[in-house]
Write a protein that binds this ligand. Sequence first.
Ligand SMILES: [Ca+2]
Ligand SMILES: [Ca+2]
Ligand SMILES: [Ca+2]
Length: 511
Amino acid sequence: MRKCLVAVMMLVLVMATVSSMNIKSDNEVIIPIIHHIEEQHEICAKGIKATPPITKSNFFNDVEIATSPYDEVHPSVAGAPPFYIAAYTCAMADNDKDICVAVSMDNGSTFGNLITFDYDGEQDYPSLDCWEENIFYGTFRADPSKAYVYLVKMSGLHSEVTYWNWGPLGWYDIKEPEIACHNSKNPWEYGVIAFVASTTYPGQRWDNIPHMMFADPVEPNTAWISWAYYSGALHATADIDKTFNMMYCAYDWYNTNTGKYNIIVWKRSFTDPFTYEYIYLIPRYYNAICPSIVAEGNKIAIVCQSDENGNQDIICLYSANGGATWKKSFVVYTQDNEMYPKIVMHNEKLACFFVSNGNLYCSYSDDWGETWGEPLIVNDVAGSVSMEYRTIDACENGIVWTDLRNGNKDIYFDVHPEISFNISAEGGFGLTITITNSGTTIAEDQQWNISLSGLVFFNKESGGVIDELKPGESTTIKIIPIGIGPFDAKIKIYETEATISGFIIGPIVLL
Ligand SMILES: [Ca+2]
Ligand SMILES: [Ca+2]
Ligand SMILES: [Ca+2]
C-alpha cells in the first residue's frame, strides 16, 4: 500500500456555540451551523485484491432469503423487479461471521444463495447499492481487529473484492459502513462509503469521527478517506443526489454544546470531491440518533430516532434547498418506542420503514417529508421482527429484515406495502357494497364513507371502520337508505373512490 498524499491540516475545530435550544414547532425553519471545509484532510491508498468469495452451488434452490438454524442478521437489499440482490451476516459460530449474498430473479418470490464472503473473523453489516442496471457495489464491516474497508463489485454472476487497509496509517475501530452509488463518472468510481472510525494518524487523535471513502477520479484502484473532526459519532448513512452529483453522508454525533446527539450532514461534490464540501450541524435539544438519508434534486430527507417525547419516536429532518435550511416533521410518535428507521425513494414518494414492538412498518410521504401517512404493517407474523440496529434495509421496491418467527434470526423479504381497494355494489333492499383489499398488505382500521346525492331522506351519509382486511379478502357493507328518484353514491376508503349511479324507490335500490 502506498500513501499518495498527506495533505493534512486542518479543519478548524468548529463548533460554534449553539444559540437557541427552544425549538419545538414542527414546521419551524431550522438554520444549521454550516462549516465550509477549506483545508484538506484526506489521504489515499491503493486497494488490495481480496481472495475471491466462495460461489455457492445451490444457486437455484429456493430459500426464504435465509432460514438456517444459524443466526442471520443485518440484511441489505438492492435491485429492481424482477431482480433483487440481498446480503446479510451469517453467524456460523462464535468468533466467525461471514457475509452471504442471495439473489432473486422472480420479483422476490424466491431467493437463492449466490456467494459467501468467508474470511477469518467477524465480517458484519453489509450494505449494497445499485450502480447501474446489472452492476452492484457493496461493502461490509471487516473483522474489528482490522482497519479494512471492503468494496465488492458484483456484475451478473461475477464478483470481485478489494479492500483498503488504513491500519498502518493509524486507523482502527471502523464501524458499520453504508454505501451509495452513482455511475456518472469513471467505471471505478462507485460512489461513496460513509462510516465512523477512530485514528491516531500522526499528529492527531480522534475517537469515533465521521468518514467518507470515495474513489480517486484519475487512478483506478485508489481510494480516498476523508475525516471530519467531530469526536463521539455513532452511526453513518449515505446517499447521492444524482441530479446534482452531490454526495450526502449523515452521522449522529454527541454535541457537547447541547449535551445531546445531533445530526451532522456532510455534503460533498461527486463531480469534484476536492473542491466543494460543507458540513451542516442541525442543533436540537433532544437526542437524534440512527439516521438514514435520501437526497434527490437538491432535496434531502433524514429520518432518525428522537427522544423528545420521553420515548423513541421517528422524526424527519428535511431540506428543500440542499441543506441551507431544514424543517422537522414527525413520521410517527406513539407511547411505544419506534426505532431503527430506513428511508428510500419509492416511485415519486418517500418511504420510511421503522420497527416498533417487533413489527415492521412503512409510512409514505408524497411531499418530501412535510407530512407522513398512517404506518402500514409489512410483516405477516405479528411481533416477529428483531429489534436491533440495521435490522431492516430497503431499496426502491423491496424490503428485507431480521425475523424471529422460527426461533432464531432469519432474513425475510417483501415488497413495499401498498393499500388499495376494489369497490363493487349491488342493489335490492338497500345498497350492498363489497370492498376487496387489492393491495399488498393488511388494511387495518380503515375508515369508509358513503355519501348519497339525490332525493334521499334517510341514511344519506354513512361511515364506519374496517378493523382488518387481509390482501385478497373482501367485506360487505349494507346500508338501507330511503328516498325517491335517481341518486349517485360516492364511496371512499383510503385513497380509493368510486361513484355508483342508481334509482331509489323507498328502500329499494335499482342499479
Ligand atoms: Ca468470517
Ligand atoms: Ca414513540
Ligand atoms: Ca436463522
